[in-house]
Design a protein around this ligand. Structure first.
Ligand code: 3IO
Length: 346
């Protein structure tokens, strides 16, 4: 050491020490500032159940980019779309068990497990995904449901209100009679009330069910017409604009507790922003999917007359009443939850 610094000093003396030392120090500082000190030191796996082009995966990639940027590369997120790490139904338990650090769940796939947050999928008149996403997040923050006690919530969002996408035209309530349509959770109850035959399965299974003819269509938000190419099978859309599906991005609690406070702060600061971003993306993307379905597949969009729509809506009144009864039996402040959602979506 002594020998080295002596050598350095003697070299510096010879070629104008102060200039070179200054240059050396500023270059070192610049490198230190631009290169993350712990590049990718923390690696997190993020599981998602549907294929990469779908909105839950688009928001996942956006979150990954933002977290990696805002933590200055300290955190590296590895994303697993298409059920490659965890599937739709095993997502919640898989994240709790640590099979993935982060996961995206669709709460409709386990209706009995997420009673409070699934109240957003009651026919209460959520008009778009932005409104739905903000209401869902507020509801979660207000009630902190027990279902989430073993995880940390990183974002919550909903899709846009559902419509009927089908191989046969549905113009009146009578056309719904006995029609095999795919839906899950709250949306399945709506289909039943309209007289259709709801077939329950997660979204990814719907691709094959439509191709094989197991179902004649589905009830969900219209972006899947484009993202999952359902427009190739479903040439008709009936505009019902009824009920959303709630989603949540969750993290394993032990993994969360192991993260440095500054990383936790980046993620918490992103929670509302990411939820809003996703709702807004969804609403914008619906417009692109409708235009694309018309142009590329000549899909007919059927709107119901005010009179016909009133008939459809009239069939749904008992659904919220039933939910209130069930939620009360579980000891939940059911009426207050409904009142809150109605306030949030105004
Ligand atoms: C959905 C789920 C995965 C990918 C795209 C999606 N668009 C709307 C949903 C909602 C849903 O889970 C469903 O089953 O209709």
């Amino acid at each position: 050491m002594v020998k080295r610094s002596f050598l350095k000093r003697s070299i510096l003396k010879r070629v104008g020490g102060s200039t070179i030392l200054g240059l050396f120090l500023s270059v070192t500082c610049l490198i230190a500032l631009q290169t993350p000190v712990l590049a990718g030191a923390i690696k997190l796996n993020y599981a998602n159940f549907p294929p990469a082009p779908t909105f839950p995966c688009v928001q996942m990639e956006r979150w990954k980019v933002e977290v990696e940027k805002r933590t200055n590369g300290q955190v590296q997120i590895n994303t697993f779309p298409g059920g490659t790490l965890l599937g739709a139904k095993g997502m919640m338990d898989g994240v709790v068990a640590g099979q993935a650090d982060i996961g995206n769940i669709c709460m409709a796939y386990q209706p009995g497990r997420f009673v409070v947050t699934n109240a957003t999928s009651l026919p209460l008149g959520i008009k778009d995904a932005k409104t739905g996403s903000m209401a869902l997040l507020k509801l979660y923050e207000r009630y902190k449901p027990k279902a989430f006690e073993n995880v940390v919530v990183l974002a919550m969002f909903t899709n846009a209100p559902g419509n009927v996408m089908s191989k046969v035209p549905v113009r009146t309530l009578e056309d719904m009679k006995g029609l095999d349509l795919r839906a899950s959770g709250g949306a399945a109850q709506i289909l039943k009330a309209w007289g259709a035959n709801p077939v329950g399965m997660p979204m990814p299974a719907t691709v094959e069910a439509l191709q094989k003819g197991t179902v004649k269509g589905l009830f969900s938000s219209l972006e899947v017409m484009k993202d999952s190419k359902f427009a190739e099978n479903c040439k008709f859309v009936t505009m019902t604009q009824t009920v959303i599906y709630p989603f949540s991005v969750i993290m394993n609690k032990g993994k969360w507790n192991s993260l440095p406070a500054d990383v936790q702060k980046v993620m918490m600061d992103l929670k509302q922003e990411q939820s809003l971003w996703t709702g807004t993306y969804m609403d914008d993307h619906i417009k692109r999917a409708i235009a694309w379905s018309k142009e590329s597949n000549n899909v007919e969009f059927i709107s119901l007359s005010a009179q016909e729509k009133a008939r459809w809506d009239g069939k749904l009144d008992f659904i919220t009443e039933n939910w209130i009864k069930g939620a009360k039996e579980k000891g939940l402040p059911a009426e207050e939850i409904i009142k809150d959602i109605k306030t949030y979506i105004q």
